[in-house]
Design a protein. Structure first.
Length: 94
């Protein structure tokens, strides 16, 4: 539960980077797709890992795989992102 309690402190931009890395399967691929440096992406994820004191990815020679905590966070980020998009759509309709 401590893990979930710390999420509210996280920066949305870093969470979006985390989501992009998880989707791409590597820091390099995600950073190239976003036209930013790999170190920017790596730093953002390392900052998140420091904030919650948990590893979010298992790093391999072929890329990254979310850990259990990473998968939990990814589900929360995806849910929040979806809710945020619904909210934006409702605002633009009214």
């Amino acid at each position: 539960m401590r893990f979930l309690n710390k999420i509210y402190l996280m920066n949305w931009e870093k969470l979006k980077v985390f989501k992009k890395v998880a989707k791409a399967g590597s820091f390099l691929t995600a950073s190239k797709q976003d036209k930013k440096s790999q170190s920017t992406f790596s730093r953002a994820v390392m900052d998140l890992e420091k904030e919650i004191n948990q590893k979010l990815f298992n790093r391999t020679s072929k890329g990254v795989i979310p850990t259990l905590h990473g998968s939990t966070l990814l589900n929360l980020v995806n849910d929040f992102s979806s809710k945020l998009n619904q909210f934006r759509n409702n605002i633009t309709k009214n």
